[in-house]
Design a protein around this ligand. Structure first.
Ligand SMILES: Nc1nc2c(ncn2[C@@H]2O[C@H](COP(=O)(O)OP(=O)(O)OP(=O)(O)O)[C@@H](O)[C@H]2O)c(=O)[nH]1
Ligand SMILES: [Mg+2]
Length: 520
């Protein structure tokens, strides 16, 4: 059964940003000619596009996991990583996008409207881009940040071009089965159809969708039968086809009074603001079951009456397929007109692109939370959290750079005011945030570990030992060597050495090792 899907949960994963590159340019006679690591590329976004050609969410129901391209890694020689390709997901016009917890994000009501549902990660800067006057040769690059990953909910409002309306057992499901490839459940008891079925009809060059919805009875607009559920679906269609049963044996029913009841119900249904009331939408009438002799007679009888009221009337039989072709072409005309009107309106409107609400990028908060061993200082904010994601914690220089950035933003000061002391636990980010043992001097740890950050002893002339220093080092080393040798000989003479130890001893080796000690 071709059930119609009007709600689907998508699992999205936008592309990660590529990492920046650490690289040093090499030239003949100038092997360390400055940083030349390129930037990583941005990850691709996942964008929903309202597309009039698309009528169902069925494709997403079958393949709910979608992901876009990662950005490329930066490379040496100033080569940037490639930008991850954007993934466009065409959705029917009238798709409502909701967050995983049901909050409406956007209503894609206009053809061509775009919504960035999952933003790609940022590419990390390479060490060339991170170089400054002070930091001539950064020995680190920034990591790419991960792309957005999570669930969103798609709900369809406009389900079809044409809605079939009529009493239960009028033959709506039979009609959609005869017109399209849909295979709905058909039976001779009322309310066979409980969920709308959708069929795609091809009439000449025109292709349109028809929704077979549950039967409608008197009082439906007050919720009788499957009432409101039914009308909610009709609300989403641009044209209506009344299917009237000419062969019913139920007392008090005939095509004309059936139509009256249905029109009454449609009129009573309040459509949401901005939508055309149901009865003002284009409508056709199909008098069904004319393969039954009595029914054909009845159809011929009521037809002039209906036409006098301004309806186009088609006598059909879903059993013998009589009249179906003419009906399908008439519906196609109706749909074409509706689409043209819509397109004309759409042309006037500019292309609308909607991005998720911009987060306040500038600020951050420090929250003090009670932990089992002392308070935990939690830092929340788009910037600090992104910076943490960009940091390669295996690289001291990168960690130092992070500390600099945080200090510059004022995080350090705010921690002080919040009462943090050396050794306090500081967490940046919400879930699985990064935990630090806070050192107020964190800013300068990197400098303490090595030479000042951003200087490469090999490139920066001022950091290279002078000739005099090197001489001194050399003599120290030689002295150390001689001392070590003398020590060994003393030990040997004192008989401290075993025979096999002695075998291992080789003047050169020991020389090398003592040289190493000297270097330290
Ligand atoms: N003789 C005849 N019977 C028909 C025709 N079309 C439908 N029927 C019969 O009418 C009964 C109801 O048909 P359905 O298509 O299920 O009617 P429906 O309008 O979808 O009914 P609900 O889903 O209950 O609202 C079935 O027994 C069909 O075989 C027709 O053209 N001629
Ligand atoms: Mg049905």
């Amino acid at each position: 059964m071709a059930t119609f899907v009007d709600r689907v949960t998508l699992h999205l994963r936008a592309g990660n940003g590529g990492n920046g590159c650490v690289s040093v340019r090499r030239e003949k006679f100038k092997p360390l000619a400055g940083p030349d690591g390129g930037n990583g590329g941005n990850g691709g976004d996942i964008v929903l596009v309202a597309d009039p050609q698309v009528t169902t969410l069925l494709g997403y129901h079958r393949h709910p996991h979608r992901s876009s391209d990662n950005g490329g890694f930066g490379m040496g020689d100033h080569r940037s990583g490639h930008t991850g390709e954007e993934l466009e997901l065409p959705v029917p016009v009238g798709t409502v996008v909701k967050s995983a917890d049901g909050e409406e994000l956007v209503d894609l009501t206009e053809p061509g409207m775009r919504f960035v549902a999952a933003a790609g990660g940022l590419g990390g800067l390479g060490n060339a881009a991170l170089a400054t006057q002070k930091r001539k040769a950064p020995g680190f690059a920034l990591l790419g940040t991960p792309g957005w990953e999570g669930d969103i909910l798609l709900e369809l409002k406009t389900v079809a071009d044409v809605a079939l309306v009529g009493y239960p057992s009028a033959g709506k499901s039979s009609l959609i089965a005869a017109l399209s490839a849909a295979k709905p459940k058909i039976a001779d008891y009322p309310f066979t159809t409980l969920h709308p079925n959708l069929g795609v009809v091809q009439a000449g060059d025109v292709r349109y969708t028809v929704a077979d919805v549950p039967g409608l009875i008197e009082g439906a607009s007050e919720g009788r039968g499957l009432g409101l559920e039914f009308l909610r679906h009709v609300e989403r269609c641009s044209a209506l086809l009344h299917v009237l049963d000419c062969a019913t044996l139920e007392p008090g029913r005939d095509p004309l009074s059936d139509l009256e009841v249905i029109l009454g119900e449609l009129a009573a249904y309040p459509v949401p603001e901005g939508q055309v009331p149901l009865l003002e939408r284009p409508q056709l009438i199909a008098l069904n079951k004319i393969d039954v002799p009595d029914a054909r007679e009845l159809a011929d009888f009521v037809r002039p009456d209906l036409e006098a009221r301004g309806y186009r009337v088609f006598e059909i039989s879903t059993v013998s397929h009589e009249g179906l072709r003419a009906l399908s072409f008439a519906l196609a005309e109706l749909v074409e007109e509706a689409r043209k009107a819509e397109a004309a309106e759409a042309e006037i409107r500019p292309r609308i692109v909607i991005r998720p609400k911009a987060v306040d990028d500038a600020g951050f908060t420090v929250k003090v939370e009670g932990g089992s061993d002392g308070p935990v200082y939690r830092i929340l904010g788009a910037k600090p959290e992104r910076w943490v994601a960009q940091t390669d914690f295996a690289n001291d220089e990168a960690v130092g750079y992070l500390a600099d950035r945080l200090a510059k933003l004022g995080v350090e000061d705010r921690l002080f005011t919040a009462g943090a002391v050396a050794g306090s636990t500081v967490v940046i980010g919400r879930d699985n945030g990064v935990v630090f043992d806070w050192e107020p001097t964190l800013t300068s740890t990197a400098e303490l570990i090595t030479a000042p950050r951003g200087t490469d002893a090999r490139i920066d002339q001022s950091a290279r030992p002078t000739r005099a220093q090197r001489r001194e080092d050399y003599f120290d080393r030689m002295d150390g060597k001689a001392e070590a040798r003398a020590e060994l000989l003393r030990e040997k003479e004192a008989g401290l050495w075993q025979d096999d130890d002695y075998d291992d001893y080789d003047g050169q080796d020991s020389g090398a090792s003592s040289e190493e000690t000297g270097r330290e």
